[in-house]
Design a protein around this ligand. Structure first.
Ligand SMILES: Nc1ncnc2c1ncn2[C@@H]1O[C@H](COP(=O)(O)OP(=O)(O)OP(=O)(O)O)[C@@H](O)[C@H]1O
Length: 267
């Protein structure tokens, strides 16, 4: 994977705005799904501009619900979500955030290049620019040879790479990766992480969820632990290890998740 398509997404915006708001500010976020199940309740979270933030929690903790709301795919029941100071439903906010979703949801009737170019249309990127960007990203993600191939005829790893490329078509300042390496072989996983690291180095804020704890520890400057729809701790990996008296982040995780349910602790 090459780094040539990486540009600093902050440059243009920052020149005109001296005080940079956080990449993500979530306050009092609650989501109760139809049927009455409350997946997330009163969640507050701030991710600074330029951070590499990991969100760790067990299945069903509410990570995808939160991310879905940040990306305007899930409607919050209550609370406020801002992306670089813009209310999350606005056009400005949506232009600033890119999402590589956990589920591989690719249009089976479009080929690789069409998937990328079509996606760019959501952000008002003209066809010629979109095609150039698509070529660049196909090169980076080793998909150039598959430009005319449709998703069902790609390997699982290629589909993952395509999801990643699609999320980057509009050069978002906040890139959200929801378990981007689930089911990916070690080689591709390492490449994706290297590329993510380089994006971060040039100023992209990264919000990552993963069940690979050691990767979160190696990559993320800060880690938030989410359980039952609430952030129960956030700190650097070192800070969390110290707080939980743990040798590594896996031990932190096990200790944090084994504590009494949040509702009981509050009582
Ligand atoms: N559309 C829905 N309707 C009802 N309940 C839902 C819906 N989507 C998610 N939930 C519930 O909300 C809770 C949180 O789910 P969510 O997908 O946000 O968890 P997660 O932390 O992303 O889990 P995982 O690690 O398994 O991806 C779960 O109990 C789930 O069953």
């Amino acid at each position: 994977m090459r780094a040539s398509s990486i540009t600093d997404p902050r440059r243009a915006d920052q020149e005109s705005r001296p005080a940079v708001p956080p990449a993500l500010r979530v306050s009092g976020f609650t989501k109760t799904y139809a049927g009455g199940f409350t997946a997330v309740e009163g969640l507050d979270l701030e991710v600074p501009d330029g951070a590499f933030f990991g969100l760790l929690g067990p299945n069903g903790a509410g990570k995808t619900t939160l991310i879905g709301s940040v990306c305007n795919l899930v409607r919050p029941t209550a609370g406020r979500i801002e992306i670089f100071g813009h209310e999350h439903t606005t056009r400005e906010a949506r232009r600033l955030v890119g999402l590589a979703e956990q589920d591989i949801n690719l249009d089976r009737f479009m080929n690789v290049e069409e998937v990328l170019v079509y996606h760019a249309g959501y952000f008002g990127i003209g066809r010629a620019r979109a095609q150039a960007r698509a070529r660049e990203l196909m090169e980076v993600f080793d998909l150039s040879g598959k430009a005319r191939v449709r998703p069902p005829a790609l390997s699982g790893g290629m589909r993952r790479r395509l999801l990643f490329a699609r999320a980057l078509m509009h050069s978002p300042r906040l890139l959200i990766l929801d378990e981007p390496t689930a089911g990916v072989d070690v080689e591709l996983r390492t490449e994706l992480w290297e590329y993510t690291r380089r994006l971060h180095e040039v100023g992209t804020t990264i919000l990552l969820t993963t069940h690979y704890l050691e990767e979160a520890e190696a990559l993320c400057q800060e880690i938030g632990l989410i359980r039952e729809g609430r952030i129960i701790a956030r700190d650097s990996a070192d800070g969390l290890r110290a707080r939980y008296g743990a040798r590594d982040i896996a031990e932190v995780y096990l200790r944090a998740m084994a504590q009494k349910p949040v509702a009981e602790e509050r009582a």
